[in-house]
Design a protein around this ligand. Structure first.
Ligand code: SF4
Ligand code: SF4
Length: 428
């Protein structure tokens, strides 16, 4: 049965109770029924019954972050994640976008899933950040006038340092407990190389041989969550091949891990790949999920720092990973974990959302940054590169001096006894 055939049944699961409304970020922002999960499901129903995809309809679908807060909140088990993915694929097929929109979207989808292209951008971007041009361009507002999406892209880019490359294998420290494959990711690999280095070190210190296949590419998360199904399937097949021999695949980016756990659905109708995709999904683990399953062996050294932990939507809602990162952080001596108000409300990053819907994303980013600031924490911990960029930008915008790190970097600092300054004085 194809995805389209599933749609009417999936839609029928919704009893229109509205329990999901208060958890939906766009409904929270605007209070518009059609910008709520229930409203969007109503529009999907109209489309299934034959209504063409009108401009306003597409706008309501485009404004959905795909954050999955409604999936967690729904008492009837409505699979909104499947619904919006199928609908987005319909939009891609049936709705003609303006030339400007098409150009921006093509630029994003021809850049972010390709590691070599991102790497080529690093040098010029670093020079731009260091030269003082960055301040000049921002003050002039020129990018905003050309395209708010371009301006958002520029604003969100993290300060870039050197990017050390990981070897193909990092040996376990002490007696080997496991061999794991590691996904390095596109944005994570090029914009946050320190997170990957920390991930490999933590796994090795916990007794894992870490294998980092050279032939891995993009996992397809951005394409999958944007309705570009064929592209997502091509990325998924390549990832399946690259990691076929691994027993476990550890992923440190919430969006990538969530997409890889979805390969079983994405390739379910492809007889040549369905079983292989199922196997890959079954052995994919988020880093925190895996470390808790493995159990601690390395000595945790004190880290006297107060952290606020941010639930990435694709970790908490899509993968159900909430307790594991908190447990890992809480086990570090002298570290205090504070909870952020409205933990289920998305920060506005949501894959490409902050590029294509920059205004709504900025409002949500500011809301999240305000809630982070109110915790009084010195460090925000998040396990998704998109969230880190989004919240770091919003925190800078508020003038809040809160550093941002990945769970792996906090564990790495504790395991190696680096002290709090390694986290607090480091840029994102
Ligand atoms: S999606 Fe779930 S919570 Fe929302 S209206 Fe439908 S049944 Fe109710
Ligand atoms: S995925 Fe998020 S933004 Fe979209 S309808 Fe559900 S709660 Fe709202």
């Amino acid at each position: 049965m194809g995805a389209q055939d599933d749609l009417p049944n999936l839609l029928n699961d919704c009893v229109h109770c509205g329990f999901c409304l208060p958890t939906c970020p766009t409904y929270v922002l605007w209070g518009e029924e059609m910008d709520s999960p229930r409203g969007r499901i109503h529009l999907m129903q109209q489309h299934v019954e034959g209504a063409p995809l009108s401009g306003p309809m597409v706008e309501h679908f485009d404004r959905c972050l795909g954050c999955m807060a409604c999936v967690t909140a729904c008492p009837s088990g409505v699979q909104y994640d499947r619904l919006i993915e199928i609908t987005r694929a319909d939009v891609e097929r049936e709705h003609p976008r303006s030339l400007k929109e098409r150009a921006i979207r093509e630029m994003v989808f021809q850049l972010f899933p390709y590691r070599r292209r991102l790497r080529a951008l690093r040098g010029p971007l670093r020079a731009y950040q260091k030269s003082g041009l960055e301040r000049l361009v921002r003050r002039s507002g020129i990018l905003e006038r050309i395209s708010p999406s371009l301006a958002a892209m520029e604003r969100l880019a993290p300060p870039l340092g050197r990017a050390p490359r990981l070897p193909g294998r990092v040996a376990a420290r002490g007696e080997r407990r496991a061999t794991v494959g590691m996904l390095t990711g596109c944005v994570q690999g090029e914009f946050f190389p320190g997170v990957n280095a920390a991930t490999a070190r933590v796994l090795a210190l916990e007794g894992c041989d870490v294998v980092i296949p050279r032939n891995q590419g993009c996992c397809g998360a951005l394409s999958l969550h944007s309705g570009r199904e064929d592209e997502a399937r091509a990325f998924a097949r390549r990832t399946v091949e690259a990691f076929e021999s691994a027993d476990v695949i550890v992923v440190n980016s919430a969006g990538c891990g969530s997409a890889m756990k979805e390969y079983r659905t994405l390739l379910a109708d492809d007889p040549a790949w369905a079983a292989r995709a199922e196997a890959l999904s079954a052995k994919t683990r988020d880093l925190a999920e895996y470390l808790v399953e493995l159990g601690p062996r390395a000595k945790r050294r004190p880290l006297p720092v107060t952290v606020a932990y941010h639930d990435a939507c694709h970790l908490a809602h899509a993968q159900g990973v909430r307790s594991q990162p908190r447990a890992l952080l809480a086990a570090i001596p002298e570290l205090t974990v504070r909870e952020i108000a409205e933990p289920d409300v998305c920060c506005g990053s949501a894959g490409t959302y902050n590029l294509f819907q920059p205004e709504a994303a900025a409002d949500l980013g500011d809301r999240k940054a305000g809630n982070v600031d109110a915790t009084g924490a010195e460090l925000l911990v998040a396990a998704n590169p998109g969230c880190s960029m989004q919240i770091a930008t919003a925190l800078r915008g508020r003038g809040a001096g809160i550093a941002v790190a990945h769970t792996a970097q906090v564990l790495d600092a504790s395991l190696r006894g680096l002290g709090r300054d390694a986290l607090i004085s480091r840029g994102s």
